[in-house]
Design a protein around this ligand. Structure first.
Ligand code: MF3
Ligand code: CO
Ligand code: CO
Length: 281
């Protein structure tokens, strides 16, 4: 969530869509695609591995430890350790936490929804992905939010192809979310990535058709919409990381890392075992 560290206003978000210098956006070749395939796959495998452990009573720090051990055992490293003072392998964002929830002693409870976000570095390439997990039985509103958010991600991905723009991607997400009476978070966005974790462009999850950066083969970026049941406004807690909805409404997020191809895009972080969205069992 690259430039999300600077809290942006609604106006700024649409300005960014216009202002991005296309020259700053790297175009990668076959070697980049090969690197991202490996990194993306490992990131997805971390979330696959965690799925059976996301149950009532587990602490979020236990999940973080499982992820750390899994990544290290495969000769890779979590990108978030030592990143801007962060010291964990995962972000775990429960219920009204929008993103950047810090693992700790909190026990997950039946009825919770949680986003788990992981970024790994494999041979210098970054694989960044997150999914929602439902803990035990969750309410109908929570389930619906999770489904709407997954659909937002996939509609954004469907819009990501050569000749289309980032405004088209944002518009695909925003129009669906709002038609479902949900809101799109403006304060954090997706980002270019590759050998750099958070790179140009900013991928704003709202937009206007035909506006913003024109997509070209070889561009790598994340799409990671954060969707709220209530209002879009967020605030960051005193720990400097945890972002929550101001109205304490539920928030959900899914994230994939993608690369623009000649005729569409490749999802680098698809689950090798089909566990892309809940229910996972
Ligand atoms: N993985 C997050 C993203 O999608 C970034 C987390 S940075 C951290 O961009 F420091 F909070 F871990
Ligand atoms: Co990201
Ligand atoms: Co992420």
């Amino acid at each position: 969530m690259a430039y999300g560290f600077v809290i942006m206003s609604y106006i700024d978000v649409l300005d960014i869509e216009e202002a991005e210098p296309t020259s700053a956006i790297k175009l990668h070749g076959p070697e980049g695609f090969a690197g991202m395939r490996k990194a993306g796959r490992l990131a997805a495998e971390v979330l696959d591995m965690l799925a059976p452990h996301v149950v009532p009573g587990v602490t979020t720090i236990e999940l973080d430890r499982l992820a750390y051990d899994f990544v290290k055992a495969r000769g890779a490293v979590p990108a978030t350790i030592f990143y801007r003072g962060y010291s964990h392998s995962l972000c775990i964002s429960v219920n009204h936490v929008v993103c950047h929830g810090i693992p700790g002693s909190r026990k997950l409870q039946a009825g919770d929804i949680a986003n788990i976000d992981v970024t790994v570095v494999v041979d210098g390439w970054h694989g960044d992905t997150s999914r929602m997990f439902t803990v035990g039985d969750v309410g109908v509103k929570a389930k619906r939010l999770v489904d709407v958010t997954y659909e937002c991600l996939m509609r954004g991905i469907a819009a990501a192809k050569p000749g289309a723009t980032l405004g088209d991607v944002g518009h695909a997400i925003q129009s669906y979310a709002e038609a479902q009476r949900c809101s799109v978070v403006r304060d954090f966005c997706g980002h270019g990535l590759g050998r750099v974790f958070h790179d140009a462009p900013n991928v704003v999850h709202v937009g206007r058709p035909g506006r913003g950066v024109v997509l070209k083969p070889g561009m790598f970026f994340t799409i990671e919409p954060m969707i709220n049941l209530g209002r879009a406004d967020v605030k960051v807690l005193d720990d400097g990381w945890t972002a929550v909805t101001r109205d304490r409404s539920l928030s959900a997020q899914f994230e994939h890392s993608v690369g623009i191809t000649e005729d569409g895009c490749e999802i680098f972080t698809a689950s090798p075992t089909g566990l892309d969205r809940p229910p996972y069992f």
